[in-house]
Every structure is written in C-alpha cells, then in structure tokens.
Design a protein around this ligand. Structure first.
Ligand SMILES: Nc1ncnc2c1ncn2[C@@H]1O[C@H](COP(=O)(O)OP(=O)(O)OP(=O)(O)O)[C@@H](O)[C@H]1O
Length: 306
C-alpha cells in the first residue's frame, strides 16, 4: 500500500479530569527512525500506548497501514511490535521460554515458532543466553529480550518507549546500535526525554510538550530551527559588562565569573567577528568564543512561543 505507515488523527486522551494529550496529529510516511521527544509527563507514553492499542483513547483515531486501531484493533496490532516503558518480562522464565510464549501470543504458527525464536535470538545477539533466567540478566540484556519480543513476529512498525532508560553508558551504545540494525528493514519510533538520544539515533523528530505536538521534521530541520542566540566568551583582560554591552549587535551581557561572559545577541550574523575585532583593538585577549547550545528546556520554551 502507498499510504502512510502510521496516521494519527486528532488524538486526545484524558485519564481523569486533565487532558494528558490534546489534538495530536501526525503521520509516519516512510521508513526510518522517528524520535518522539518530550520532557517528563509530556504525553509520550500515553501517545505510544494508544498507538499500540493498549490504551483506549478518549478522542481521535490511529491508523496503522490504513487500519483503524479503534475499529479493527486485532488486525492493526499485527503490524506493530511494542516495547512498553516497563518491559513485560517474566523474570522466572528462560529467555527462550519467554520468547516462545511471546511468539504464541503473536499468533506465530507452532511449526514456525522454533525458526522465529532462533532468528530473533541471533538478531538481538542473545543466543548464548537462551537458557538463562531473565531475572539473572543485566539491564542491557533484559532490554534486548524486550526488543526481541517486540520483533518476533516480524512487524513493519516497532514502537520503543524509552528503550535506553536506566541503562549504563555502554549498554546505551549497544541498544542504540541494535535499534539502528532493526530499523534497516522496518520503521521504528522511540520515545525519549533526552535530545542527544534523538540526535544520536533518529532521522526524524516528533516533539510533544504538555500534551501537544510542537514540532515535526528531520533532526537537521530541528537543529536549524533552534538557532542559538548566546555566545560564551573568555576575555583575560576582564573588560566591564558595560564595555561589552556597547559592541553593536550585543543585546545583553552576563558575567559568569573570572574572564567568562555570556553575550546575548539579536542577529548572529557578524556579531562574532565584531567581538573578535573589538577584543583585538582593545587588547582584551580573547581565549575562547563559542555559540551556546540550547538546553532542551530552552528549546521547549522557545517552541511553545512559536
Ligand atoms: N494512569 C494515569 N492516570 C492519571 N494520569 C496519568 C496516568 N498516566 C499518565 N498520567 C498523566 O498524563 C500525563 C502524560 O503522561 P505520560 O506518561 O504520557 O508522559 P511521558 O511523556 O511518557 O512522561 P515520562 O517520560 O515521565 O514517562 C502526565 O501528566 C501524567 O501524570
């Protein structure tokens, strides 16, 4: 089919009184890794749970390959693999027992089950732990088992809710690598509240804040969208804040202690050059100058104004 892989239409959900998400519209038109970015409580898990048919929305609909999750959930779910925020692992089963159980839940015919389990054990690099109890695996390997159960039925679309949460830095690198591998022949959407996670793993960003979609585009669009408007400079001669404020284009100056200053500028075009020229002319001895990267909080604040 030629339509989008996923289409979300006017999705809203209310747990009790307050809306957790409101009027969310987005499409996943083609393969790739999509990052659903948002701060804690933004509505990522709510959106993902509805998208995967484990939570019934208050309003709106989700279509997976054109199939309505509201009207035809069993057919729609066949195309989805889901790793919820709390992986549904059974600590008392071995990896192999658990994956066989997951395969049966996913309607894999008995004669194909061995092959499906072997293939997913290889794919997730856990074949050597097949007889190990899940409860005895490290967090990183448990997460691999969680991903294995999500792809055992070979779905076209895989949803991973905070897949690297709680892992150590090495495990994070390994899980990101696995996510990229499984996305080679399918679409993956993962949620995170960490901007660098999206930048390291994803091709596209969908950003949600206070239950509303505030950005949809490529990671590159996102980086260009949020142009930094502050510079950090170090001037050994420690000029006064007033002197720095007199440089044309500098809209504000904050002393950060010692030779360091944060300079706010309105248009970034030539302000850097002007600062360098002024420093040379006045003998301020400039030792560093760089644009300050926006924090995620600053980006959220900026985006909610647009
Ligand atoms: N079962 C629930 N009952 C009541 N309110 C809930 C429930 N689950 C979530 N919420 C509320 O809905 C809002 C969105 O929560 P959600 O878990 O979707 O956010 P999130 O972006 O996934 O956050 P996190 O990264 O912290 O998991 C929050 O205000 C949260 O407190």
């Amino acid at each position: 089919m030629n339509g989008p892989i996923v289409k979300i239409e006017k999705l809203s959900h209310r747990y009790t009184v307050q809306w957790a998400i409101r009027d969310i519209d987005f499409e996943i038109p083609k393969n790739g890794i999509y990052g659903l970015l948002g701060s804690n409580g933004a509505g990522k898990s709510t959106t993902m749970n509805i998208m995967c048919g484990v939570l019934k929305q208050t309003e709106g609909d989700v279509f997976i390959k054109g199939i309505s999750m509201r009207n035809n959930p069993v057919a729609a779910k066949r195309h989805i693999g889901f790793l919820p925020q709390k992986p549904p692992l059974n600590a008392d089963l071995t990896v192999e027992e658990f994956l066989r159980y997951s395969g049966r839940l996913r309607f894999i015919p008995a004669r194909e089950l061995n092959k499906a389990v072997d293939s997913v054990l290889d794919r997730c690099a856990i074949a050597h732990f097949r007889r190990r109890l899940i409860g005895n695996l490290s967090g990183g390997y448990q997460q691999r088992v969680g991903i294995a159960q999500a792809i055992i039925h070979n779905p076209d679309f895989v949803v991973l809710d905070e897949p690297t949460n709680g892992l150590d830095p090495n495990q994070i690198i390994e899980i990101r690598k696995l996510v990229k591998e499984i996305a080679e022949d399918r679409t993956v959407i993962l949620s995170t509240h960490i901007l660098s996670e999206v930048q390291a793993t994803c091709d596209y960003i969908r950003m949600i804040e206070q239950g509303r979609m505030v950005f949809a585009g490529t990671v590159e669009d996102f980086d260009n969208y949020i142009v930094p408007n502050t510079l950090i400079v170090s001037l050994t001669a420690m000029p006064s804040v007033e002197e720095l404020g007199n440089i044309p284009g500098v809209a504000g100056v904050e002393s950060l202690g010692g030779p360091k200053y944060r300079l706010k500028f309105s248009d970034g075009q030539d302000v850097k050059e002007r600062i360098v020229e002024t420093s040379v002319a006045k003998g301020w001895r400039l030792t560093e100058i760089f644009a300050e990267k926006s924090s995620l909080d600053a980006i959220f604040a900026e985006l909610s104004k647009k």
